[in-house]
Design a protein around this ligand. Structure first.
Ligand code: UGB
Length: 435
């Protein structure tokens, strides 16, 4: 009888679901249905994740977007390629042809203009981000366009675009200046440093290693890699394993990444450790720049001092000297040895300090500005914040001097005079607002 009951309760065909008659079986059916629905959803979800989140498909998505933008906007098309070719064409047939990343930036603009002036082919690349007033970057772009340098508007993380640029032009050199700069901002927006200074650098090197011929690369490292090093003046042989800010750490990481790409792929790479570069068309986030703005506005300026009233000083380096250093590094860069992503032999790997060799206390910087602006500064003495600033920097430049005759010639007084003249002509007497 119990067996009968069992058989009776077992459905023979879907149409004969006697189970419905039993509350227990109804529950079991509902449970099974719920299980089927649940696992189906999980399955569909996994398929979704696989197709939409896998690196290869996301690169398809981005390359699709790129292709779309090639067709519809300023990217792509014969007119776009013509502009690129014209900008990158050297005056003489065996001349250098340089891709300058961060071309609308402070150093990028000056280096691009100098290269163009001496007859090199130059193409700029910049993402025009709003870390500081983008209208200043646009003004620099206009300046460059007037001298025949075209800037492609894109991010260095856009590998598809980078590859496309190398298809259009066989760049002999890359001057890689695009970066997230600023020591203190790294506390506010750390990921922007990883995005530009690490991921962006790797993207750029990946493209450079895979193209044929591989270009030689010169790129911007920073004096900040010396971090807590106390041995002065800073020499390239000194330790750089104690960065004091995330900015410094990403630049130091960049130097190690450069070693890897040189070692594995035969890329010729030169890193330049810039020491607090200043001058006309400079960066508004830097002290000399916003001190000028605030002194003119009658606002107080925070001047940092170290413990026990210790002097904070910088080896301020004028932009024209830095430009000479960049050109010297490009001119002495040997060819990369790899091709098609394969190393054929050892390649050049260098690091140079580009500083001024005479540190000046920030107090003196302010005194010089007061005289030039003819306005008394409202000084607000503050303790050096623990957010990345180091007490002093001082470059030993003998290596760059030996290798390409680097010799800075502008003292802070002379350089600031040129900066102030530019500032007043660009912004007026503090009336035009600086963001
Ligand atoms: O050589 C570098 O590798 C770096 O140089 C630059 O960093 P820094 O040398 O720190 O320049 P910058 O901020 O102008 O401060 C100058 C001085 O003013 C002091 N300072 C600063 C701000 C303030 O409010 N008060 C103050 O006294 C401050 O303590 C310092 O002593 C670049 O920004 C950076 O991107 C990187 O390229």
């Amino acid at each position: 009888m119990s067996q009968m009951k069992h058989i009776d309760n077992t459905p023979s065909t879907p149409g004969k679901f006697k189970i419905e008659k039993s509350p227990y079986n109804r529950l079991r059916l509902q449970f099974s249905l719920a299980k089927i629905i649940f696992w189906s959803l999980v399955f569909v979800g996994l398929i979704f994740v696989f197709f939409y989140r896998s690196p290869s498909s996301s690169s398809h998505v981005s390359s699709d977007l790129f292709r779309r933008s090639l067709r519809t906007s300023s990217y792509g098309g014969p007119a776009w390629e013509k502009k690129i070719k014209a900008s990158a064409k050297p005056r003489s047939s065996n001349g250098m042809c340089v891709l300058v990343t961060g071309a609308a930036g402070f150093v990028g603009t000056h280096v691009s203009a100098a290269l163009k002036r001496r007859g090199n082919g130059v193409l700029g690349l910049d993402n025009f981000n709003d870390y500081y007033d983008p209208s200043l970057k646009r003004a620099r772009q206009e300046l460059l366009e007037r001298s025949g340098v075209y800037i492609v508007e894109a991010d260095i993380n856009d590998a598809t675009l980078l590859k496309k640029l190398f298809e259009i032009v066989a760049f002999t050199h890359v001057m890689h200046l695009a970066a997230q700069a600023g020591v203190r901002y790294a506390m506010e927006n750390p990921s922007s440093y990883v995005h530009s200074n690490i991921a962006g650098l790797v993207t750029m090197l990946e493209v450079c290693k895979s193209v044929n011929p591989q270009p030689s690369i010169v790129w911007a490292s920073s004096s900040s890699v010396y971090g807590l090093n106390t041995k002065v003046p800073f020499s390239e042989r000194d330790r750089t394993d104690q960065p004091a800010s995330l900015y410094a750490a990403t630049k130091k990481a960049g130097e190690e990444i450069a070693h890897t790409y040189n070692h594995i792929y035969g890329l010729s790479i030169t890193g330049l450790r810039f020491f607090t570069v200043y001058g006309p068309w400079g960066r508004p986030d830097m002290a000399y720049f916003f001190f000028t703005r605030d002194i003119l506005k009658g606002k107080s300026i925070p001047i940092f001092e170290a413990a026990n009233h210790g002097t904070v000083a910088r080896d301020f380096t004028y932009i024209d000297d830095i430009v000479k250093g960049c050109l010297g590094a490009l001119d002495t860069a040997k060819k990369s040895t790899g091709s098609g992503g394969k190393k054929k032999g050892p390649a050049q790997l260098r690091v140079f300090n580009l500083g001024n060799t005479s540190p000046v206390p920030v107090f003196d910087l302010v005194s010089i500005l007061e005289k030039l602006l003819k306005v008394k500064a409202k000084r607000l003495i503050m303790k050096l914040p623990r957010n990345g600033d180091v007490q002093f920097t001082h470059a030993n430049i003998s290596l760059a001097q030996k290798e390409f005759g680097y010799k800075p010639t502008t003292d802070l007084q002379t350089g600031l005079k040129k900066f102030v003249r530019w500032y007043l002509s660009y912004y007026g007497n503090g009336k035009k607002s600086v963001q």
